[in-house]
Write a protein that binds this ligand. Structure first.
Ligand SMILES: Cc1cc2nc3c(=O)[nH]c(=O)nc-3n(C[C@H](O)[C@H](O)[C@H](O)COP(=O)(O)O)c2cc1C
Length: 181
């Protein structure tokens, strides 16, 4: 039984997604670095992508049974990119992975990260400007890369993970309560 949502967030997006999931599933959420749960409990993990690595995932996996993973990136992690992220993070087909788009806030990053992202953003702008018709998520990524600040196209992308988590719940067997002992 899934007991909590754990997350690792640098600039707030994963925390926001964790709070949305927490509310919709009526489960507690904790930062992976300050989780009071006993080791071994079943959790869903939400972490931000840094160069394809889901931050905090290794720590979550070391201490808890991670039943599903939500990688959060400034680009919506789907299709071939999502498959590449799964491989890079050692996630096999037994673990459901729900990629969602997060925000990007250059001014909340450390100086070394800002330097890295200035370069990365230039190449993102080049790639997306040459692409023609953009999806809403790609348009949001382009805005983030161009301006250094932006929100995802939607925060509702987390609903697929919520639906999955709801399906994992065992249905209440009311009749069992009335069975004579
Ligand atoms: C150093 C660095 C590397 C990043 N690498 C990726 C990446 O590989 N893929 C991606 O989609 N986003 C990448 N991002 C963007 C973040 O994953 C994105 O902004 C995310 O929403 C941050 O989540 P948070 O607000 O919870 O920290 C990177 C950001 C930084 C600062």
């Amino acid at each position: 039984m899934i007991s909590a949502i754990l997350y690792k967030s640098a600039t707030g997006s994963c925390e926001r997604y964790a709070h949305i999931m927490s509310r919709k599933l009526a489960l507690p959420s904790y930062p992976v670095d300050a989780c009071p749960l006993p080791k071994g409990m079943e959790v869903i993990f939400i972490g931000w992508l840094m160069n394809g690595k889901v931050q905090g995932l290794a720590k979550a996996q070391k201490n808890y049974a991670v039943k599903a993973v939500v990688p959060v990136g400034m680009s919506l992690p789907t299709g071939a990119a999502l498959e590449a992220y799964k491989e890079k993070n050692g996630l096999d087909s037994t673990t459901p992975v729900f990629g969602v788009q997060g925000a990007f806030h250059m001014d909340r990053l450390s100086f070394p990260m800002r330097l890295i992202m200035k370069k990365v953003n230039q190449s993102i702008v080049k790639r997306l400007e040459g692409k023609g018709q953009l999806s809403d998520a790609e348009q949001a990524t382009l805005t983030m890369a161009e301006t250094g600040d932006g929100e995802p196209a939607t925060w509702d992308g987390i609903d697929a993970a919520v639906e999955w988590a709801l399906q994992q719940r065992e249905p209440l067997n009311v009749m069992k309560w009335y069975e004579p002992q």
